[in-house]
Write a protein that binds this ligand. Structure first.
Ligand code: GRG
Length: 297
């Protein structure tokens, strides 16, 4: 995947946790071992070198752990100091791994629902191995995530992450079965986006706060941070669907609008050009209506 460019005074957030990220990547690969080779190779498909995603969620989670560490242990001027025991570090890494497994499971199922043929720059699993294998590989990853979650022995964290999984399903359902009025509503969009994208990030950030023994106030701040970051991530993802190229996106551009999904750029354009609403109401499943909307963007 093409890497973002950073100015001299900017810090590449991924590089701050590069070592931890590679540990997480290796542990993920060792976790997706199934008894049946076909299932293992299907699930592993997403964790092979060169075809992995951005690992945005594990990065945010590991950065959250780092940020909390700096705040509590030493003055910021002394830099990032290792105050975590090995056991606690493994537990925090587990949250990053659980979150990525749940995320990938949701992508596998999403590609089946959308009949998508490309993901992360290569053929989607459903395209390569069929819908049935793809659904089962998603279920397998979800089960692996549950086993790792149980090993944390923290019922509050189990509840937070399970709620985020429920939210993924709720957000997807809201997207699939909305009325014309709901599709044109910014409030509905934000609620759906919280469920579909932000909840997994916010609840895992809060889990990191709980596992590192923070106060309820800090845990809530970690949650709010993850929520806002998740919403911002989806807004940018929405824009990239219009501005990105197949190689930068790892899938075809304009895929949201061509699946009839009303995203943030369209909602903002509707505020500026009210006549666009009637086009959207007529349905984006009609290619003529899609072309009309594209003229406004
Ligand atoms: C099986 C947990 C589970 C859920 C089933 C299908 C479904 C319900 C939910 C789909 C939710 C979904 C696809 C949300 C999209 C979130 C999103 C912005 C995905 C793209 O994330 P990136 O850009 O992808 O981080 P990479 O490939 O980089 O990891």
């Amino acid at each position: 995947q093409p890497q973002p460019q950073y100015e001299e005074d900017q810090v590449d957030p991924f590089s701050l946790v590069a070592d931890e990220l590679s540990i997480v990547a290796n542990r993920l690969r060792s976790m997706v071992v199934a008894e049946v080779p076909k299932l293992a190779s299907a699930a592993e498909y997403f964790f092979k070198m060169g075809v992995e995603g951005k690992r945005f969620r594990p990065t945010v989670i590991l950065l959250m752990a780092t940020a909390l560490n700096v705040q509590i242990s030493k003055p910021a001027s002394e830099g990032i100091v290792d105050m975590f025991s090995t056991e606690l570090r493994l537990r925090l890494q587990s949250v990053a791994e659980i979150t990525e497994m749940i995320h990938v499971a949701s992508l596998l199922h999403d590609d089946v629902l959308d009949d998508a043929d490309t993901r992360r720059g290569i053929g989607s699993l459903n395209f390569v191995m069929g819908n049935k294998i793809s659904v089962l590989a998603g279920d397998f990853l979800l089960s692996r995530a549950c086993i790792t979650l149980a090993s944390l022995k923290n019922t509050e964290v189990v509840s937070l992450i399970a709620t985020a999984v429920e939210h993924l399903v709720t957000g997807e359902m809201m997207q699939m079965s909305s009325s014309a009025e709901q599709r044109s509503s910014m409030d509905y969009y934000l609620q759906k986006t919280y469920y579909k994208t932000a909840s997994l990030i916010s609840n895992s950030c809060k889990s990191i706060a709980l596992l590192t023994g923070q106060t309820a106030e800090v845990a809530m701040l970690a949650y709010e941070y993850g929520k806002n970051l998740g919403l911002a991530f989806q807004l940018i993802d929405d824009v990239l669907d219009f501005t990105g190229t197949s190689s930068s996106l790892g899938k075809g551009s304009l895929s949201d609008i061509r699946h009839g999904i009303v995203t943030a750029p369209i909602l903002y354009a509707m505020e500026e050009f009210p006549e666009l609403r009637s086009v959207v109401d007529r349905g984006l499943d009609n290619p003529d209506n899609v072309d009309l909307v594209l003229e406004y963007l």
